[in-house]
Design a protein around this ligand. Sequence first.
Ligand SMILES: [Ca+2]
Length: 143
Amino acid sequence: MRLRLTALAVTATALLATAIAAPPAIATAPAHPRAQLLHTVHHFEGSNCEPQGGQHHLCMFGDHDFKGGGLALEEGARIPRLGDYNFDNTMSSWANNTQFTCHWFTDSDFKGTEHRMNPGDRVDLPSQDDNNASSVYCEGSSH
Ligand SMILES: [Ca+2]
């Protein structure tokens, strides 16, 4: 009887652990990932990454010296394939105006070499990193 109770207790503990572990994974998966991307990413022309005057995007520029147009991401935005935005292997400079760290990767799906983009930093990419970004995400809450 004691053995059986112990087994039940272990099973209950395992179930409880599963129940506790599960919600965060579900919570971080957007119900409509496509809609989320539309709300957190936009194209811009030239250097006009912050047309509303605010400073709260990750600005990814197609040319050096923060020019050439590109993509602006809000906090929490994730782009597993920059090719979906016609921006694969295109980024030549970036400015992180968000309050969160962002990350770009040399391969799609957040694989390959990872590069951090710290909040407040702006970088004109050196030749070995130029036109090499294929995926990107910013930390922070998803909208
Ligand atoms: Ca480029």
